[in-house]
Design a protein. Structure first.
Length: 127
């Protein structure tokens, strides 16, 4: 088992430092899209449903509503296509995986917000 971890760490390239976020937070993920040789940046803003895995296989799921349809996207933490992650709101939830949000619509689908200041978040990231 330890050999697998050693191999994953050896193959791991430069690790990007992402801000601390958890399920219930609203984040904006900026990632690269390659279309026929051209690269562009696209932003995906939504609520984090879960974080799962460990090491090189660690991922997080983000959900947003687009034209009345729920869209979920799974991002690997170690993806070279992720340009940046920005925390917009810190949600107040009691669970680590909030799949119940999939069945809710309208005002029921809102998540209460913790009081959040950008300077405090920057202080946590630098520590």
């Amino acid at each position: 088992m330890d050999l697998i971890k050693i191999a994953q760490e050896a193959c791991a390239q430069d690790k990007k430092v992402l801000p601390a976020f958890k399920a219930g937070d609203t984040i904006t993920v900026t990632y690269k899209i390659v279309d026929e040789g051209k690269e562009r940046l696209q932003k995906f803003r939504g609520i984090v449903l879960q974080k799962r895995g460990a090491g090189a296989t660690k991922t997080f799921t983000v959900r947003k509503i687009s034209n009345g349809v729920g869209v979920e996207r799974i991002f690997p933490f170690s993806s070279p296509f992720i340009e940046s992650v920005e925390v917009n709101k810190v949600g107040k939830v009691r669970r680590a995986r909030i799949f119940y949000l999939r069945n809710l619509t309208g005002k029921k689908a809102r998540i209460k917000e913790k009081k959040f200041s950008a300077t405090a978040a920057q202080a946590e990231v630098t520590e």
